[in-house]
Write a protein that binds this ligand. Structure first.
Ligand code: BGC
Length: 443
Protein backbone atom coordinates (compact mmCIF):
# COMPACT_ATOMS: atom_id res chain seq x y z
CA UNK A 1 0.00 0.00 0.00
CA UNK A 2 1.48 3.31 -1.02
CA UNK A 3 1.09 6.18 1.34
CA UNK A 4 0.28 9.50 -0.19
CA UNK A 5 -0.08 11.50 2.97
CA UNK A 6 2.76 12.07 5.35
CA UNK A 7 2.08 10.48 8.72
CA UNK A 8 1.44 12.93 11.56
CA UNK A 9 4.65 11.85 13.27
CA UNK A 10 6.70 12.48 10.13
CA UNK A 11 10.31 12.95 11.04
CA UNK A 12 11.73 16.41 10.63
CA UNK A 13 14.98 15.84 8.76
CA UNK A 14 18.47 17.12 9.46
CA UNK A 15 18.32 20.79 10.30
CA UNK A 16 20.17 22.78 7.72
CA UNK A 17 21.42 26.23 8.41
CA UNK A 18 18.82 28.82 7.39
CA UNK A 19 16.20 26.19 7.21
CA UNK A 20 16.60 25.77 10.94
CA UNK A 21 15.27 29.31 11.28
CA UNK A 22 12.40 28.46 9.00
CA UNK A 23 11.69 25.31 11.02
CA UNK A 24 11.50 27.29 14.22
CA UNK A 25 9.17 29.80 12.67
CA UNK A 26 7.10 27.04 11.16
CA UNK A 27 6.89 25.32 14.52
CA UNK A 28 5.93 28.58 16.16
CA UNK A 29 3.13 28.88 13.65
CA UNK A 30 2.09 25.32 14.34
CA UNK A 31 2.71 24.22 10.79
CA UNK A 32 5.48 21.64 10.86
CA UNK A 33 4.16 18.15 10.40
CA UNK A 34 0.57 19.34 10.66
CA UNK A 35 -1.78 19.92 7.77
CA UNK A 36 -1.91 23.59 6.87
CA UNK A 37 -5.23 25.38 7.25
CA UNK A 38 -7.76 24.70 4.51
CA UNK A 39 -7.30 26.81 1.42
CA UNK A 40 -10.59 28.40 0.48
CA UNK A 41 -12.81 27.83 -1.34
CA UNK A 42 -12.53 24.05 -1.19
CA UNK A 43 -12.97 22.83 -4.76
CA UNK A 44 -14.76 19.63 -5.70
CA UNK A 45 -12.61 16.53 -6.22
CA UNK A 46 -11.10 16.26 -9.72
CA UNK A 47 -11.72 19.16 -12.11
CA UNK A 48 -13.92 22.21 -11.79
CA UNK A 49 -11.49 24.10 -9.58
CA UNK A 50 -8.22 25.95 -9.78
CA UNK A 51 -4.65 25.66 -8.62
CA UNK A 52 -2.56 28.61 -7.58
CA UNK A 53 0.96 28.18 -8.99
CA UNK A 54 3.96 30.22 -7.90
CA UNK A 55 6.80 30.39 -10.43
CA UNK A 56 9.32 32.64 -12.17
CA UNK A 57 8.56 31.84 -15.83
CA UNK A 58 7.91 35.34 -17.08
CA UNK A 59 9.84 35.68 -20.37
CA UNK A 60 8.21 35.07 -23.78
CA UNK A 61 9.47 31.49 -24.17
CA UNK A 62 8.92 30.62 -20.52
CA UNK A 63 5.29 31.69 -20.81
CA UNK A 64 4.79 29.83 -24.07
CA UNK A 65 6.29 26.68 -22.61
CA UNK A 66 4.24 26.76 -19.46
CA UNK A 67 1.10 27.40 -21.51
CA UNK A 68 1.49 23.86 -22.82
CA UNK A 69 0.81 22.67 -19.27
CA UNK A 70 -1.83 25.33 -18.59
CA UNK A 71 -3.80 24.26 -21.69
CA UNK A 72 -3.64 20.58 -20.86
CA UNK A 73 -4.81 21.34 -17.36
CA UNK A 74 -7.71 23.38 -18.75
CA UNK A 75 -8.78 20.32 -20.75
CA UNK A 76 -9.21 18.57 -17.41
CA UNK A 77 -11.34 21.51 -16.26
CA UNK A 78 -8.64 22.79 -13.91
CA UNK A 79 -7.65 26.42 -14.02
CA UNK A 80 -4.01 27.45 -13.46
CA UNK A 81 -3.91 30.62 -11.33
CA UNK A 82 -0.65 32.42 -11.81
CA UNK A 83 1.58 33.85 -9.09
CA UNK A 84 4.43 34.84 -11.40
CA UNK A 85 7.41 36.48 -9.68
CA UNK A 86 9.89 37.90 -12.18
CA UNK A 87 13.61 37.50 -11.59
CA UNK A 88 16.01 35.12 -13.33
CA UNK A 89 16.87 31.90 -11.49
CA UNK A 90 14.00 32.50 -9.07
CA UNK A 91 15.93 34.75 -6.70
CA UNK A 92 12.75 36.77 -5.95
CA UNK A 93 10.37 33.81 -6.13
CA UNK A 94 12.24 31.92 -3.41
CA UNK A 95 11.74 34.82 -0.99
CA UNK A 96 8.05 35.24 -1.85
CA UNK A 97 7.49 31.52 -1.37
CA UNK A 98 9.02 31.58 2.10
CA UNK A 99 6.88 34.57 3.11
CA UNK A 100 3.70 32.96 1.79
CA UNK A 101 4.37 29.73 3.64
CA UNK A 102 5.18 31.55 6.87
CA UNK A 103 1.95 33.54 6.53
CA UNK A 104 0.11 30.22 6.15
CA UNK A 105 -0.80 31.14 2.60
CA UNK A 106 1.20 28.51 0.76
CA UNK A 107 0.27 28.22 -2.92
CA UNK A 108 -1.10 24.86 -3.95
CA UNK A 109 1.77 24.40 -6.42
CA UNK A 110 5.19 25.94 -6.72
CA UNK A 111 8.12 25.83 -9.08
CA UNK A 112 10.69 24.51 -6.63
CA UNK A 113 13.97 23.34 -8.00
CA UNK A 114 16.63 21.20 -6.54
CA UNK A 115 17.65 19.91 -3.16
CA UNK A 116 15.59 22.61 -1.47
CA UNK A 117 12.32 20.72 -1.85
CA UNK A 118 13.76 18.06 0.43
CA UNK A 119 13.79 20.81 3.06
CA UNK A 120 10.13 21.65 2.56
CA UNK A 121 9.27 17.96 2.51
CA UNK A 122 11.11 17.44 5.80
CA UNK A 123 8.77 20.00 7.31
CA UNK A 124 5.86 17.80 6.25
CA UNK A 125 4.47 20.46 3.93
CA UNK A 126 4.63 18.76 0.54
CA UNK A 127 2.16 16.37 -0.98
CA UNK A 128 3.67 12.97 -1.67
CA UNK A 129 3.09 11.91 -5.23
CA UNK A 130 3.95 8.24 -4.81
CA UNK A 131 0.68 6.96 -6.29
CA UNK A 132 1.08 9.03 -9.45
CA UNK A 133 4.72 8.00 -9.75
CA UNK A 134 3.97 4.30 -9.42
CA UNK A 135 1.02 4.41 -11.81
CA UNK A 136 3.08 6.31 -14.36
CA UNK A 137 6.11 4.06 -13.89
CA UNK A 138 8.22 7.16 -13.32
CA UNK A 139 11.25 5.36 -11.95
CA UNK A 140 11.69 3.36 -15.17
CA UNK A 141 10.78 6.23 -17.47
CA UNK A 142 13.01 9.00 -16.23
CA UNK A 143 16.75 9.55 -15.89
CA UNK A 144 17.97 8.08 -12.56
CA UNK A 145 19.47 11.43 -11.54
CA UNK A 146 16.10 13.13 -11.85
CA UNK A 147 14.34 10.26 -10.11
CA UNK A 148 16.63 10.46 -7.09
CA UNK A 149 16.29 14.23 -6.97
CA UNK A 150 12.49 13.92 -6.68
CA UNK A 151 12.74 11.41 -3.85
CA UNK A 152 12.85 12.44 -0.24
CA UNK A 153 13.19 9.64 2.31
CA UNK A 154 11.59 7.25 -0.17
CA UNK A 155 8.71 9.54 -1.18
CA UNK A 156 8.27 11.39 -4.45
CA UNK A 157 7.75 15.05 -3.57
CA UNK A 158 7.79 16.86 -6.92
CA UNK A 159 6.82 16.44 -10.56
CA UNK A 160 9.48 17.10 -13.18
CA UNK A 161 9.23 19.22 -16.31
CA UNK A 162 12.65 19.23 -17.96
CA UNK A 163 16.43 19.35 -17.73
CA UNK A 164 18.39 22.48 -18.57
CA UNK A 165 22.05 22.51 -19.57
CA UNK A 166 23.82 25.40 -17.87
CA UNK A 167 27.15 24.85 -19.65
CA UNK A 168 25.82 26.21 -22.92
CA UNK A 169 27.54 28.73 -25.13
CA UNK A 170 25.56 30.62 -27.75
CA UNK A 171 27.15 32.65 -30.50
CA UNK A 172 26.14 35.08 -33.18
CA UNK A 173 26.60 33.17 -36.45
CA UNK A 174 26.98 36.29 -38.62
CA UNK A 175 29.86 37.55 -36.46
CA UNK A 176 31.49 34.11 -36.39
CA UNK A 177 31.24 33.90 -40.17
CA UNK A 178 32.53 37.43 -40.76
CA UNK A 179 35.63 36.88 -38.63
CA UNK A 180 36.10 33.22 -39.53
CA UNK A 181 35.65 32.00 -35.97
CA UNK A 182 34.77 28.54 -34.70
CA UNK A 183 33.10 27.77 -31.33
CA UNK A 184 35.78 27.68 -28.62
CA UNK A 185 36.37 24.18 -27.26
CA UNK A 186 38.73 25.39 -24.52
CA UNK A 187 39.28 28.63 -22.62
CA UNK A 188 42.49 29.13 -24.60
CA UNK A 189 40.41 28.98 -27.81
CA UNK A 190 38.12 31.53 -26.20
CA UNK A 191 41.10 33.85 -25.58
CA UNK A 192 42.01 33.58 -29.27
CA UNK A 193 38.53 34.73 -30.26
CA UNK A 194 38.78 37.66 -27.86
CA UNK A 195 42.05 38.65 -29.55
CA UNK A 196 40.55 38.39 -33.02
CA UNK A 197 37.64 40.61 -32.04
CA UNK A 198 39.90 43.30 -30.61
CA UNK A 199 39.32 46.64 -32.28
CA UNK A 200 36.15 45.51 -34.08
CA UNK A 201 33.80 47.22 -31.62
CA UNK A 202 32.18 43.86 -30.89
CA UNK A 203 32.03 42.77 -27.27
CA UNK A 204 33.28 39.16 -27.11
CA UNK A 205 31.13 38.01 -24.19
CA UNK A 206 27.65 39.28 -23.31
CA UNK A 207 27.36 39.43 -19.52
CA UNK A 208 25.32 40.85 -16.68
CA UNK A 209 26.59 41.76 -13.20
CA UNK A 210 23.57 40.14 -11.55
CA UNK A 211 24.94 37.84 -8.86
CA UNK A 212 23.43 34.65 -10.25
CA UNK A 213 24.65 35.42 -13.78
CA UNK A 214 28.22 36.01 -12.59
CA UNK A 215 27.98 32.82 -10.58
CA UNK A 216 26.84 31.01 -13.72
CA UNK A 217 30.17 31.87 -15.27
CA UNK A 218 31.95 30.86 -12.07
CA UNK A 219 30.35 27.41 -11.94
CA UNK A 220 31.12 26.88 -15.63
CA UNK A 221 34.76 27.76 -14.98
CA UNK A 222 34.85 25.42 -11.99
CA UNK A 223 33.57 22.54 -14.11
CA UNK A 224 36.00 23.32 -16.93
CA UNK A 225 38.90 23.49 -14.50
CA UNK A 226 38.90 19.92 -13.30
CA UNK A 227 35.68 18.08 -14.20
CA UNK A 228 32.66 16.91 -12.17
CA UNK A 229 34.60 15.21 -9.31
CA UNK A 230 36.32 18.43 -8.20
CA UNK A 231 33.12 20.38 -8.91
CA UNK A 232 31.22 18.12 -6.49
CA UNK A 233 33.89 18.47 -3.81
CA UNK A 234 33.37 22.20 -4.01
CA UNK A 235 29.65 22.63 -4.26
CA UNK A 236 28.09 19.40 -2.99
CA UNK A 237 30.56 18.29 -0.33
CA UNK A 238 31.52 21.88 0.50
CA UNK A 239 35.08 20.85 1.20
CA UNK A 240 37.09 23.82 2.57
CA UNK A 241 40.25 22.15 1.26
CA UNK A 242 38.82 22.13 -2.26
CA UNK A 243 38.20 25.89 -2.02
CA UNK A 244 41.79 26.44 -0.85
CA UNK A 245 43.16 24.34 -3.71
CA UNK A 246 45.34 25.95 -6.40
CA UNK A 247 42.61 25.13 -8.92
CA UNK A 248 40.25 27.58 -7.22
CA UNK A 249 42.90 30.27 -7.47
CA UNK A 250 43.04 29.62 -11.19
CA UNK A 251 39.25 29.72 -11.54
CA UNK A 252 39.05 33.08 -9.76
CA UNK A 253 41.89 34.54 -11.83
CA UNK A 254 40.15 33.42 -15.00
CA UNK A 255 36.84 34.88 -13.83
CA UNK A 256 38.44 38.23 -13.16
CA UNK A 257 40.35 38.26 -16.42
CA UNK A 258 37.12 37.63 -18.35
CA UNK A 259 35.98 41.13 -17.40
CA UNK A 260 38.12 42.41 -20.28
CA UNK A 261 35.93 40.43 -22.71
CA UNK A 262 32.68 41.93 -21.37
CA UNK A 263 30.77 45.15 -22.03
CA UNK A 264 32.07 48.03 -19.93
CA UNK A 265 30.82 48.68 -17.37
CA UNK A 266 29.25 45.29 -16.68
CA UNK A 267 25.76 46.30 -15.57
CA UNK A 268 23.07 44.33 -13.76
CA UNK A 269 20.70 43.34 -16.54
CA UNK A 270 18.07 40.62 -16.84
CA UNK A 271 19.22 37.54 -18.78
CA UNK A 272 16.78 38.31 -21.61
CA UNK A 273 18.53 41.64 -22.27
CA UNK A 274 21.91 39.97 -22.22
CA UNK A 275 20.70 37.38 -24.73
CA UNK A 276 19.38 40.18 -26.91
CA UNK A 277 22.76 41.90 -26.94
CA UNK A 278 24.27 38.70 -28.42
CA UNK A 279 21.75 38.23 -31.23
CA UNK A 280 21.70 41.94 -32.04
CA UNK A 281 25.43 41.73 -32.83
CA UNK A 282 26.57 43.96 -29.98
CA UNK A 283 28.24 40.88 -28.46
CA UNK A 284 29.55 37.69 -30.05
CA UNK A 285 28.97 35.03 -27.36
CA UNK A 286 26.83 34.25 -24.35
CA UNK A 287 27.22 31.61 -21.64
CA UNK A 288 23.82 30.83 -20.19
CA UNK A 289 21.43 27.96 -19.43
CA UNK A 290 19.69 26.74 -22.56
CA UNK A 291 16.46 28.56 -21.70
CA UNK A 292 18.27 31.27 -23.69
CA UNK A 293 17.83 29.09 -26.78
CA UNK A 294 14.11 28.82 -26.05
CA UNK A 295 13.93 32.59 -25.79
CA UNK A 296 15.80 33.19 -29.04
CA UNK A 297 13.42 30.74 -30.74
CA UNK A 298 10.46 32.67 -29.31
CA UNK A 299 11.92 35.83 -30.91
CA UNK A 300 11.89 34.05 -34.29
CA UNK A 301 15.56 33.03 -34.39
CA UNK A 302 16.69 29.54 -35.21
CA UNK A 303 19.65 27.39 -34.21
CA UNK A 304 22.38 27.41 -36.88
CA UNK A 305 20.77 30.33 -38.61
CA UNK A 306 20.94 33.51 -36.54
CA UNK A 307 22.76 31.84 -33.66
CA UNK A 308 24.75 28.70 -32.90
CA UNK A 309 25.17 26.61 -29.77
CA UNK A 310 28.06 24.64 -28.29
CA UNK A 311 29.07 23.45 -24.83
CA UNK A 312 30.81 26.13 -22.74
CA UNK A 313 34.61 26.01 -23.16
CA UNK A 314 36.29 23.05 -21.48
CA UNK A 315 33.01 21.33 -20.59
CA UNK A 316 32.10 19.50 -23.82
CA UNK A 317 31.98 16.07 -22.19
CA UNK A 318 29.96 17.22 -19.20
CA UNK A 319 26.47 18.30 -18.32
CA UNK A 320 26.02 21.09 -15.81
CA UNK A 321 22.35 20.53 -15.10
CA UNK A 322 19.32 22.06 -13.52
CA UNK A 323 15.87 20.49 -13.54
CA UNK A 324 12.56 22.33 -13.42
CA UNK A 325 10.07 20.73 -11.07
CA UNK A 326 6.69 21.48 -9.54
CA UNK A 327 6.05 20.69 -5.88
CA UNK A 328 2.59 20.64 -4.34
CA UNK A 329 1.74 21.96 -0.89
CA UNK A 330 -0.46 19.45 0.93
CA UNK A 331 -2.55 21.98 2.88
CA UNK A 332 -5.65 20.13 4.05
CA UNK A 333 -5.44 17.77 1.06
CA UNK A 334 -8.51 19.39 -0.52
CA UNK A 335 -6.61 19.99 -3.76
CA UNK A 336 -4.97 16.60 -3.92
CA UNK A 337 -6.92 15.21 -6.92
CA UNK A 338 -6.16 18.31 -9.01
CA UNK A 339 -2.54 18.39 -7.88
CA UNK A 340 -2.15 14.75 -8.84
CA UNK A 341 -3.69 15.46 -12.24
CA UNK A 342 -1.11 18.19 -12.77
CA UNK A 343 1.72 15.87 -11.69
CA UNK A 344 0.48 13.16 -14.08
CA UNK A 345 0.31 15.69 -16.92
CA UNK A 346 3.89 16.86 -16.53
CA UNK A 347 5.16 13.36 -17.27
CA UNK A 348 3.02 12.71 -20.35
CA UNK A 349 5.39 12.21 -23.31
CA UNK A 350 3.45 14.75 -25.41
CA UNK A 351 3.74 17.46 -22.74
CA UNK A 352 7.39 16.61 -22.10
CA UNK A 353 8.20 16.90 -25.78
CA UNK A 354 6.31 20.10 -26.52
CA UNK A 355 7.13 21.92 -23.29
CA UNK A 356 10.87 21.21 -23.55
CA UNK A 357 11.07 22.06 -27.24
CA UNK A 358 9.73 25.53 -26.46
CA UNK A 359 11.63 25.92 -23.18
CA UNK A 360 15.04 25.01 -24.64
CA UNK A 361 15.55 22.10 -22.23
CA UNK A 362 15.33 18.32 -22.74
CA UNK A 363 12.67 15.92 -21.45
CA UNK A 364 13.37 14.03 -18.24
CA UNK A 365 12.49 10.80 -20.05
CA UNK A 366 15.29 8.35 -20.83
CA UNK A 367 13.91 7.63 -24.30
CA UNK A 368 15.30 10.17 -26.77
CA UNK A 369 12.69 12.58 -28.14
CA UNK A 370 12.93 12.54 -31.97
CA UNK A 371 11.90 16.22 -32.11
CA UNK A 372 15.02 17.53 -30.36
CA UNK A 373 17.18 20.04 -32.25
CA UNK A 374 20.98 19.84 -32.49
CA UNK A 375 21.64 21.60 -29.16
CA UNK A 376 19.06 19.47 -27.33
CA UNK A 377 20.46 16.24 -28.82
CA UNK A 378 23.91 17.22 -27.65
CA UNK A 379 22.56 17.99 -24.18
CA UNK A 380 20.67 14.66 -24.12
CA UNK A 381 23.80 12.72 -25.15
CA UNK A 382 25.92 14.35 -22.45
CA UNK A 383 23.30 13.83 -19.75
CA UNK A 384 22.68 10.20 -20.78
CA UNK A 385 26.30 9.32 -20.02
CA UNK A 386 25.36 9.22 -16.34
CA UNK A 387 26.31 10.78 -13.01
CA UNK A 388 30.09 10.71 -13.54
CA UNK A 389 29.60 13.22 -16.35
CA UNK A 390 26.96 15.30 -14.67
CA UNK A 391 27.47 18.31 -12.40
CA UNK A 392 24.56 19.72 -10.37
CA UNK A 393 24.23 23.48 -10.81
CA UNK A 394 25.06 25.45 -7.67
CA UNK A 395 23.21 28.54 -8.88
CA UNK A 396 20.03 26.63 -9.68
CA UNK A 397 19.90 24.85 -6.31
CA UNK A 398 20.92 21.40 -7.52
CA UNK A 399 24.06 21.15 -5.38
CA UNK A 400 23.36 22.53 -1.94
CA UNK A 401 20.84 24.34 0.26
CA UNK A 402 19.73 27.91 -0.43
CA UNK A 403 21.67 29.52 2.41
CA UNK A 404 25.01 28.11 1.31
CA UNK A 405 24.26 28.80 -2.34
CA UNK A 406 23.29 32.41 -1.61
CA UNK A 407 26.43 32.98 0.46
CA UNK A 408 28.74 31.67 -2.28
CA UNK A 409 26.93 33.48 -5.07
CA UNK A 410 27.15 36.78 -3.14
CA UNK A 411 30.85 36.24 -2.48
CA UNK A 412 31.53 35.61 -6.17
CA UNK A 413 29.75 38.81 -7.13
CA UNK A 414 31.64 40.78 -4.45
CA UNK A 415 34.94 39.42 -5.77
CA UNK A 416 34.06 40.27 -9.35
CA UNK A 417 32.97 43.83 -8.56
CA UNK A 418 35.59 44.74 -5.98
CA UNK A 419 39.08 44.78 -7.47
CA UNK A 420 40.56 45.32 -4.00
CA UNK A 421 39.60 41.80 -2.99
CA UNK A 422 42.38 39.44 -3.97
CA UNK A 423 41.87 35.92 -5.30
CA UNK A 424 43.54 34.54 -2.17
CA UNK A 425 41.24 36.51 0.15
CA UNK A 426 38.21 35.28 -1.75
CA UNK A 427 39.44 31.71 -1.60
CA UNK A 428 39.69 32.00 2.17
CA UNK A 429 36.25 33.55 2.42
CA UNK A 430 34.72 30.79 0.30
CA UNK A 431 36.48 28.14 2.38
CA UNK A 432 35.14 29.80 5.54
CA UNK A 433 31.59 29.71 4.15
CA UNK A 434 32.01 26.03 3.34
CA UNK A 435 33.41 25.30 6.79
CA UNK A 436 30.75 27.20 8.75
CA UNK A 437 27.73 26.14 6.75
CA UNK A 438 28.78 22.53 6.37
CA UNK A 439 29.27 22.38 10.14
CA UNK A 440 25.80 23.80 10.70
CA UNK A 441 24.36 21.30 8.27
CA UNK A 442 25.83 18.35 10.12
CA UNK A 443 24.97 19.58 13.62
C1 BGC B 1 14.93 27.88 -14.25
C2 BGC B 1 14.50 28.07 -15.68
C3 BGC B 1 14.36 29.55 -15.99
C4 BGC B 1 15.65 30.27 -15.63
C5 BGC B 1 15.64 31.76 -15.92
C6 BGC B 1 16.14 28.72 -13.93
O1 BGC B 1 16.40 28.63 -12.55
O2 BGC B 1 15.25 26.53 -14.04
O3 BGC B 1 13.29 27.40 -15.94
O4 BGC B 1 14.05 29.72 -17.34
O5 BGC B 1 15.93 30.07 -14.26
O6 BGC B 1 14.85 32.44 -15.03
Amino acid sequence: MIKTKRPANARVGPARFGLAVLCLLALALGMAGLPARAQSPVPPAGGGGSLQVLHWWTSASERQAINVVVNQLAKQDIQWRDVAIPGGAGMGAAKVLKSMVLANRAPEVTQLNGVVFGEWADLGLLLELDNVAVQGNWEKQMFPTVWSLLNNHGHVVAAPLGIHRINSLFYNTAIFKRYNLTPPKTWDDFDQIVKKLQGTGIVPLAQSAEAWQLATLFENLALAESGPAYYRRLFVEMSPAAFLDARMLHILKRLRSLAAAMPQPVRERPWTEVARSMVSGEAAMLIMGDWAKGELNAWGMEVDQQFGCAPAPGTGDFHLYSTDTLAMFAGNYAHQPMQETLARLTMSPAVQSEYNRIKGSIPVLRAADPHMDRCARDSWRAFSKGPAWQAPSLVHRMATDDTTKDAIVAEVQRFFLDRNLSEEQTQKRLAAIARTLARNRND
